[in-house]
Design a protein. Structure first.
Length: 210
């Protein structure tokens, strides 16, 4: 299966290059109201559609910043507080066979993951698999039906060493910022909380990326 390069599936741009490092966030469907996202998109629409690339990129990042701030406030059902082990098991299960798992953190209503893509394993298909397999289990355990996850996801292509280490720090400190623990290592639903030791994987720029 081929990688898609730079593309979008709605309001968020995606990067999908073989062997690239990707910081990925996906969230529960009720973690951020659709009306809030729609309002932010309308507000930023002109900037996001600008022909000036730095302007459009800055607007897209601002939209994601607003979504992330809302996620971190802990809105919605926060079902992952009860079912984090399901997500964690799925993430670990795909290590080596589908991607290189570097770091992760499972919050009550969203998930952060840092991975290295493997050849022939498109990012969108990986996220789809995480969502589909976990949704079946969680819906069954909660005796619920309907969509569990928001339809899209956010990803950041890791360009350099500073971005790499900053992404790891951000993921690890998310539960500390939320007040769930005093130290990242105390949070069980994370790579550092599981004493996960990933091989060092330096960032690389895909030859056909801008």
């Amino acid at each position: 299966m081929s990688h898609k390069g730079i593309h979008d599936r709605g309001y968020l741009p995606h990067w999908d290059f073989e062997r690239s490092l990707q910081a990925v966030t996906f969230r529960l469907a009720d973690s951020v109201p659709a009306t809030a996202i729609s309002g932010w998109r309308d507000e930023l629409h002109a900037l996001m559609e600008s022909s000036d690339k730095p302007t459009s990129q800055k607007a897209a990042l601002e939209l994601q910043r607003r979504i992330a701030k809302y996620e971190d406030a802990g809105y919605g059902s926060c079902l992952l507080a009860r079912h984090a082990s399901i997500i964690q098991d799925h993430l670990i299960a795909g290590h080596h066979s589908s991607y290189k798992l570097i770091e992760w953190c499972i919050m009550p209503n969203h998930v952060h993951v840092l991975i290295r893509l493997l050849d022939g394993k498109p990012l969108g298909e990986l996220v789809k698999k995480w969502k589909a397999s976990s949704a079946i289990q969680i819906n069954r355990m909660e005796n619920r039906t309907g969509s569990l996850w928001a339809p899209d996801y956010h990803d950041r292509f890791i360009r350099d060493f500073d971005h790499y280490y900053n992404s790891i720090a951000y993921i690890r400190n998310n539960p500390v910022k939320a007040g769930f623990c005093h130290s990242p290592a105390d949070y069980p639903w994370s790579g550092i909380g599981q004493n996960w030791t990933a091989e060092f994987i330096p960032p690389r720029n895909p030859s056909n990326a801008e």
